[in-house]
Ligand binder design. Sequence first.
Ligand code: AMP
Length: 394
Amino acid sequence: MAKKTIEDVSVSGKRVLVRCDFNVPLDANKRITDEKRIVGALPTIEYLVKNNAKVILCSHLGRPKGEFNDKYSLAPVAARLAQLLQKEVPLAADVIGPSAKGLASALKDGDVMLLENLRFHKEEEKNDPAFAKELASMADLYVNDAFGTAHRAHASTEGVTHYLPAVAGYLIQKEIEIMGKALDNPERPFVAILGGAKVSDKIGVINNLLEKVDALLIGGGMAYTFQKALGGQIGNSLLEADKVELAKELMAKAASKGVRLLLPVDNEAGDSFSNDSLHITVHSQDIPDGFEGLDIGPKTQIIFSAEISRAKTVIWNGPMGVFEFDSYAQGTRAIARAMAECDGTTIVGGGDSAAAIELMGYAKRVSHVSTGGGASLEYMEGIELPGVAALNDK
Ligand code: AMP
């Protein structure tokens, strides 16, 4: 069911509590080292300002474990927001205390303020109703724009919706529109590429995608368990021995659904887990003892890229190899490039694949890079995200 967005309600003159994801990385001097998440929140904030709302922003930052800790203060975020919005963004000294409530009640139309780190209260992650009610008491309307925490039922993502009308901001709207359409009503061929370290992390995703895609391409560390299931020799490659039977079942499920499940045909293997290891290209079912597969090989890059270029919808989650090592980043780079060159809808699930496509310079050339790692994985698993489910239906 479609969810109401900020454009479906009147915001003028209203106090609007906006849950953002300002969980940005900070260096030792509390300088923001990547401001993507702050910049990503601007369209929603600017819309509310332009439409004369009184804007109360809130977010978590890091893991302060339920008590005040200056190290996790949102002060650097408030300062950067003030520069980007070119207006004052006062930071409350607390979350639901006198400072927050005083600033909130003094807001004028078009003003913006920021509450201190929500996780200074342990009640936030416990989804404590009294804490949620206190948060809600400062506002007339709630906007969720934090996709990265939408898979968690916390006071600021779920609890607060019991006390206020609740709608989606632009970021959440974009996530659920693009990913929702791809998963529920994709233009075909629909191809998914999964990689990353472990099969066990992606079982739910594979199971759900097998119901939907035309082809599933599997690379990364998880592919070796599938090769083993096919009777291949995988040398010292990553293996989840207790998932070999499951890999067989998933391949049988793919066959019964008419989904083409493609595994690598060749791999780059190294004699140790290091960038400088002795490096050979091998057949994927013939990795010698003493070597471990650390990337997909050149033939696989061509096959996977061709699948992507023919697709009308592509979802990618998980690197094809140990892309952190330059010597083993080629496979992941080839997939990133193929995504960028594909004319269809191209979606990169969050986490490592989002970091990889960013690093490789192709992020601007795909349709959507999800802002939530865990949240986008759960979405791909077909799990309802509590922070989205709790928003008002259209
Ligand atoms: P995930 O968080 O499950 O998406 O896994 C991402 C991690 O998987 C990255 O840090 C990669 O370095 C790692 N990875 C990918 N392929 C391999 C491989 N063949 N062997 C070991 N680690 C891998």
